[in-house]
Write a protein of this length. Sequence first.
Length: 509
Amino acid sequence: MAGESMKKYILAHDLGTSGDKATFFSLDGKLAGSHVYAYDTAYFNGNWAEQDADDWWRAVQVSTKELLKETGISPDEVAVISFSGQMMGCLCVDRKGNPLHKAIIWADQRAQKQAEFLQSKISQWDFYNIVGHRNTASYGIQKFMWMKENRPEIYENTYKMLNAKDYIVYRLTGKFYTEYSDGNSCGCLDIKKRQWSEKILEAAGIDGDKFPELQPSTFVAGGLTKEAAELTGLVPGIPVVLGGGDGVTANVGTGSVAPGKTYCSMGTSAWITTTAEEPIFDEKMRIVNWVHIVPGYYAPNGTMQSAGGAYSWLKETICKMEQYDARLNGKSPYDYMNGEIAKSPAGANGVLFLPYLMGERAPRWNPDAKGAFLGLKAENTRADILRSVLEGVTMNLSLCLDVLRTQVSIDEMVVIGGGAKGSVWRQIMADVYNTRILVPSVLEEASSMGGAITGGVGAGLYKDFSVSEKFLEIRGAHEPDPKAAKDYQERKEVFDACYFALESVFKRL
């Protein structure tokens, strides 16, 4: 057997929507290489979205082997395997772990009728206070109810219902488990008691034994089996740690591991998440609560639908000129867009943008909400219109931040994701949030990093989650401009008023 001193790397798998990213981190927190293996999603029937669980398993095998090859790291040097993975899915497997159908993923919305049935048994407010989330078609239990109603033979033969990473943990160890963050995404976890909710299971008519045993994210499910070691190119016996759902591993990867530590992920969709000692139950149910990966904590969160998505829409529809210039000069269109935006002052000379291009989750929870430009005048420029889009997205997120601040003191925030690349947008965030914005050196690896840290703590390589500071390297900061911050505070009230003025019209549009 290789000596413990040989164990120099953590292998983290991030099972996302578009593929699996296998990443090596050295024990001192440095990224040592990553390899992505893509897989497909089938979108059909209007709002169905499915993936093949065999594709996940193939992705893990191939990405692991390729990563070993590309980095030259020896299988003997791998200390632990851990995960971050897409949440809110439904994959039913039999006793031997064979998938009984294509996995229904988080983006699937087929279970509307089941969510309505559940609401006839438990009010939204009661559901929210048990689970920390609203009852919608997005979560696991509603999808499982759909399965029971529409594919009864599959439901009958189901031994366990799993999320993506839990299925891979089974393939690597032969053991069925889930942990609290992914359990939370099943929509039937009592987040205060950290156990499956009898009340919700009974109302849903679902057998609780069909859910896997709950454990902390740091739990070692078992050692890598001989068969799985051969298929992945690793050595048998490596501890496999459960890891967490990707939304929550990102908390760990951004250093949001103690009360008040907060991050904003600005991708296609965007969210602000903090760390708190108790769930934040907002009386208007604008934000949701996840069970944190760090034991004893919660991760209150507000997620919006179309953030970077709105900026991307702007690029595709209005910024043809910037796209042309970018192609000509081998640059990103966003460089040119940001240059234009910098010409418009804070407040975009009165132009407001409502960023509801795909309905809205937090803070509106209105699938009928639509996007809008308001306040246009003859003197407005193209720069004002472009700037208003970034401001609208940021003001919408800021409304979620205001709810979090009712319970938690937040004076700085780490930003990650594609939207964190441009300094113009980062300064808008600093001014709108009225908080210091911290920019890590790596913007796209938070979930993988969080999975790796969770694995390291689980395997006893680190004392606790404070080690995330070693992984997180801050390369820059933006301070809020006091005048802009004050102006945005007033502007936000107008932004809010515009939404409510149009609320009754959206359905008719």
